[in-house]
Design a protein around this ligand. Structure first.
Ligand code: GLY
Length: 357
């Protein structure tokens, strides 16, 4: 099943092509975007897994070392200079072929190079297909925090071929699925109910179910980004589960012990628990969310992080340093129920501590 999801952003509008096999159309689609040179940027891991698909686009791709380390000033300089040596100019087209690291770094390099070169996202992880490849957020990390240096640079096209996900380790697929659940939990109860019925089929690799899950997630993200491209309001809802999740990731040292999506899954359960404690959300909705996370095998409680026990004050300190905190007030995405999220900046810290305890 193939879908084309438009992201309506005026002069910066673009389409997301979703489905099994859509990558076969890439050479034709890319030819319409630029007559200048095209360069694929990928990492060694993806280059090995998808060598034929990459070769069909570019015989001499730029292949980076895999891993989050590439999202640094050194990694950015390295990539920008590599693109310059390959004569990529304002008429060129840069294709980010990989997961979130490649997309974030390449998007930033494209946005800065010669004051902005066009780029296309070909996301190869579930997390990148449903979230990071859409909406133009690009960034690198600095010692002071993750994603603190970046800019908005929208891609010209996103090609989310679900067959690329068949090579993903199950744990990574599941972690990406947490972001899919997020869309249902934040704004689409019907989609959440569909996930309860068919999410396991999507995770087992059923083409139709996986394509629907990715396409519906893309539709939701596209709609929110279209209304609030620069995150001055509604886009912040996409951070459901992220304030708690980022604090957990930071507390475990951004290690393989907790993948980003796993942190988001636990973070969503905590955001629902906090909403229940504040009298905003029925307990039955929290239980329904947790039941679905558990049913598919995602963690849903801090105790699910193997071999690690948190210190609530440390987690709270990480939250105070969150990018979204304003004047020392931590921003939370809370819920009035499944599918009804809103942003709150006035949550008492002792209520947060009670939930963490
Ligand atoms: N990943 C959240 C956003 O794009 O706004």
């Amino acid at each position: 099943m193939k879908s084309i999801v438009p992201v309506a952003l005026g002069a910066h509008s673009y389409d997301i092509h979703v489905g099994a096999g859509v990558l076969a159309e890439a050479p034709t689609l890319l030819a319409t975007l630029s007559r200048g040179p095209l360069r694929v940027v990928t990492d060694a891991h993806v280059a090995k897994l998808h060598s034929d698909a990459i070769a069909a686009l570019d015989a001499a791709p730029i292949v980076l070392e895999p891993g989050e380390g590439a999202k640094s000033f050194a990694g950015l300089e390295n990539l920008i200079r590599a693109l310059l040596r390959r004569d990529i100019g304002r008429d060129g087209l840069i294709v980010a072929f990989g997961g979130g690291v490649i997309g974030d770094l390449t998007g930033l390099a494209a946005g800065m190079l010669k004051r902005g070169v066009a780029f296309v996202q070909v996301p190869t992880t579930l997390l990148a297909q449903v979230d990071s490849s859409i909406g133009g957020k690009t960034a690198i990390n600095v010692p002071e925090g993750k994603n603190l240096v970046g800019l908005f640079h929208q891609p010209q096209l996103v090609i989310a071929d679900t067959t690329l996900l068949t090579t993903l380790p199950q744990r990574e697929l599941l972690a990406g699925y947490a972001e899919v659940v997020k869309y249902g939990a934040l704004g689409d109860l019907e989609f959440f109910a569909w996930l309860e019925a068919h999410g396991a089929e999507a995770l087992a690799g059923d083409d139709a179910a996986l394509s629907h899950a990715v396409a519906q997630s893309c539709r939701m993200k596209a709609a929110i980004v279209s209304r609030d491209p620069l995150e001055t309001g509604e886009r912040a809802l996409l951070n459901l589960g992220h304030t708690f999740g980022h604090a957990l990731e930071a507390a475990v040292g951004f290690s393989g012990r907790l993948l980003h999506g796993e942190g988001v899954a636990i973070g969503m359960a905590l955001a629902f628990a906090l909403s229940v404690r504040l009298g905003l959300c029925p307990r039955a909705d929290e239980e329904r969310l947790v039941a679905h996370l558990k049913a598919v095998g995602l963690p849903s409680a801090i105790g699910d992080i193997a071999g690690w026990r948190p210190d609530a004050m440390t987690l709270l300190a990480h939250m105070r340093h969150d990018k979204k905190a304003r004047a020392g007030r931590i921003a939370f995405v809370l819920v009035r129920g499944l599918g009804q999220a809103f942003v709150a900046n006035d949550v008492e810290e002792d209520k947060v501590l009670e939930v963490l305890a």
